[in-house]
Design a protein around this ligand. Structure first.
Ligand code: FES
Length: 275
């Protein structure tokens, strides 16, 4: 288990990077929807990251991260050839994928990377995959070439209109759902407000909607309770029961509150790291 970084690419310089990691055991078993937890050093925080792609033959996994706090800033200091102390996975339940017709995959921000793996899984299962991706502007879009390579429809929304529809992914989604009553499923991965808005749009259409929750995680195997969330009035653990859940049943308010719980400590830790 080397966990060596074989490739590092700045997708959005200083903000979002991609790593291809040598992890043959994980690459062999991982399925779309799975995630890994990595630690950069022995006192380091455990960082959950959804797998963006795998190459079982080459024995590699691809992860994409946003430099948002101390641990991701530390990860960003690593270079090609460096080794990550430990990479644990594949964790979580894989996405339920079967041949079911038309599936719309919606991705926002770094969520597009994780969505890409799921979209690929649906494509391989023989589904007609419509990818809808959104970002503030053209330069902040990820994985468009990859998605365009296998999705018969790639629809783009940008806040500033620099490419695609000027506005939100939800507007594109509503329009697409109105045109086609045969969509079987919608998958949404991205910022919480985006996933919540997607679930609101799909509800009146009665389309099954899956969201992937980016809960705070510690152990990743169902023991610590850090990732608990409320789905349909029941407490579920994102790491073992998810991370994907029925978007129409998730309590997004509670998720938002739990994600903001350690903001002060996260900011303090980042300030210390920078100083
Ligand atoms: Fe500990 Fe899920 S991360 S129970």
């Amino acid at each position: 288990m080397s966990n060596k970084i074989l490739q590092k690419k700045a997708l959005i310089p200083g903000q979002t990077s991609l790593l291809v990691i040598d992890a043959p055991q994980i690459a062999k078993k991982a399925k779309p929807g799975n995630f890994v937890i990595l630690r950069i050093h022995d006192k380091g925080e455990r960082v959950p990251l959804t797998i963006a792609d795998t190459d079982p033959e080459a024995g590699t996994i691809t992860i994409v991260y946003l430099v948002v706090g101390k641990s991701s800033a530390l990860l960003e200091t690593l270079k090609e050839g460096d080794t990550i102390l430990d990479v644990c996975g594949p964790l979580g339940k894989p996405t339920h994928i079967e041949k079911c017709g038309t599936v719309i995959c919606v991705g926002g921000g770094t969520g597009i990377a994780a969505m890409h793996h799921i979209a690929k899984g649906h494509h391989r299962a023989g589904n007609h995959v419509v990818a809808i991706v959104g970002a503030r502007s053209k330069d902040l879009l990820l994985f468009c070439d990859e998605l365009g390579g296998f999705c018969p429809e790639l629809l783009i929304a940008t806040d500033d209109g620099s490419t695609g529809h000027k506005g939100f992914v939800t507007e594109v989604l509503r329009d697409r759902l109105e045109k086609d009553k045969n969509v079987t499923e919608v998958v949404a991965i991205g910022p919480v407000p985006m996933m919540e808005a997607v679930a609101k749009v799909t509800k009146p259409f009665g389309v099954r909607t899956v969201v992937s929750l980016n809960s705070i995680m510690v152990d990743g195997v169902g023991m610590c309770g850090a990732c608990r969330c409320n789905v349909g009035g029941e407490t579920r653990f994102a790491c073992v029961d998810g991370p994907e859940f029925d978007g129409h049943k998730v309590d997004f308010n509670e998720l938002r509150m739990r994600l903001a719980q350690y903001k002060n400590q996260e900011n303090e830790s980042m300030d210390l790291f920078r100083s």
